[in-house]
Design a protein around this ligand. Structure first.
Ligand SMILES: Cc1ncc(COP(=O)(O)O)c(C=O)c1O
Length: 394
């Protein structure tokens, strides 16, 4: 029955475990461990012969509710909640690889994700090839006998490039490799990587899932076989587990995910259209617009636009800084997915560690800004941009 619920219902009720008190809101089980009635019960639990929790690093009731709710939404069999999005990304990639294996990853990745595959993995003998993920030919050309993992995010941060997930999954299946998708920008509402053929999905729950700027979190989702074979032991023994308090906060956040994302996307679309008509704006990239360079792939794999807008100002850094400083409702922050509208200048913040050449390859110029639309009134946001643009030098 619960499997037939629509997402908005799953996100309010999915996975709920009620204690003997019958509480309405999910309880926070802030405990490190669990007690057993008898020594025999402890033995059976450790042998895996009886159901139940063992130690909070392995799993605990509040985290279990969050994981089950995420599984329902994503259509996954198993999930593990992690302390941050980066803990989820690192676990999903590293748990299944060994020295001598090879990763093919899209070069347009969030900076820390790129560090994991480009800098950390090679320290352990795992090689990585970065490709322009927009063309399937590039993925195919990078394949080696030792390729085990394909890694991508789509849409990408910050230029909202899109990668054909089903196409990459087809290539991976031909060689028995697995596709890991960081689905943060699309949100679980607008894109279902597992349905498109990906094998593992990761989220920074810090973003839209919390959506109110409170706590860090992450989640890895896949099928039971992969979790048992690869993730389970890595997760238990390296300890990236989420705090139950954060799992509770995220359970509360996720209840309102569809309401927030709908409002944020509506505002983002209006702002993108408004900015596209402004003389001081060189370019607007928005997955919901017909002029997005990969509108055909978006139509194939996404069911909504985005809460994010990428824009490039003609006046470079000076104009980008002037616009940020003149905005009043929209705040300057490198975070995203928040109830508050946030704007960032990738070249001097999130992507400052890349070389000029790498930034240019990704289409990030001195005039590029990334907006994460919040849940404020759309009209106030439009007026904020109109007012702030007047202060940008021509
Ligand atoms: C696409 C993407 N993946 C992963 C992360 C990492 O998430 P966290 O900050 O929760 O570790 C972020 C943002 O920080 C992100 O934007």
């Amino acid at each position: 029955m619960t499997q037939n619920w629509r997402p908005a219902t799953q996100l309010v009720h999915g996975g709920t475990l009620r204690s003997q008190y019958g509480e309405t809101s999910e309880a926070i089980y802030l405990t490190q461990g669990f007690v057993y009635e008898t020594a025999e019960a402890a033995e059976a639990r450790f042998k895996g012969e009886s159901e139940g929790f063992i130690y909070a690093r392995y799993g605990s009731p509040t985290n279990d509710m969050f994981e089950k709710r995420m599984c329902m939404l994503e259509g996954a069999e198993e999930a593990r909640a992690t302390a941050s999005g980066m803990a989820a990304v690192a676990a999903a990639i590293l748990c299944q690889l060994k020295s001598g294996d090879h990763i093919v990853a899209a070069r347009a990745l969030f900076g820390s994700c790129r560090w994991v595959v480009e800098t950390l993995a090679p320290k352990y003998g795992i090689e990585c090839t970065l490709v322009d993920g927009r063309s399937l030919e590039n993925w195919e050309k990078a394949i080696r006998k030792s390729t085990k993992v394909f890694f991508l995010e789509s849409p990408t941060n910050p230029t909202l490039e899109v990668i054909d997930i089903a196409g990459v999954a087809k290539l991976a299946n031909q060689i028995g490799a697995r596709v890991v998708v960081d689905n943060v920008f699309a949100t679980p509402l607008f894109q279902k990587p597992l349905e498109l053929g990906a094998h593992i999905v990761v989220y920074s729950a810090t973003k839209h899932i919390d959506g109110q700027g409170r706590c860090l979190g992450g989640v890895v989702l896949s099928d039971s076989e992969w979790v048992a074979e690869h993730l389970q032991d890595y997760f238990r023994h390296t300890g990236p587990a989420m705090s139950p308090f954060n799992a509770w906060t995220l359970l509360k956040g996720i209840e309102t995910l569809p309401l927030r994302v709908r409002q944020q996307t509506e505002s983002a679309a209006k702002i993108a259209d408004f900015l596209a008509d402004q003389k001081k704006v060189a370019r607007v990239i928005y997955p919901g617009r017909a002029d997005h360079p990969q509108a055909d792939i978006i139509a194939k794999q996404m069911t909504g636009g985005s809460t994010l807008v990428c824009l490039e100002l003609k006046g470079g850094k000076e104009a980008a800084f002037a616009l940020q400083n003149a905005l009043e409702v929209v705040k300057i922050s490198n975070n995203l997915g928040d109830a508050k509208s946030l704007i960032t200048h990738p070249a001097t913040t999130t992507h400052k560690n890349l070389t000029d050449e790498a930034r240019a390859e990704l289409g990030i110029s001195a005039g590029t800004l990334r907006l994460s639309a919040g849940i404020e009134d759309s009209q106030d946001l439009l007026e904020d941009f109109a007012r702030a643009l007047e202060k940008v030098p021509a």
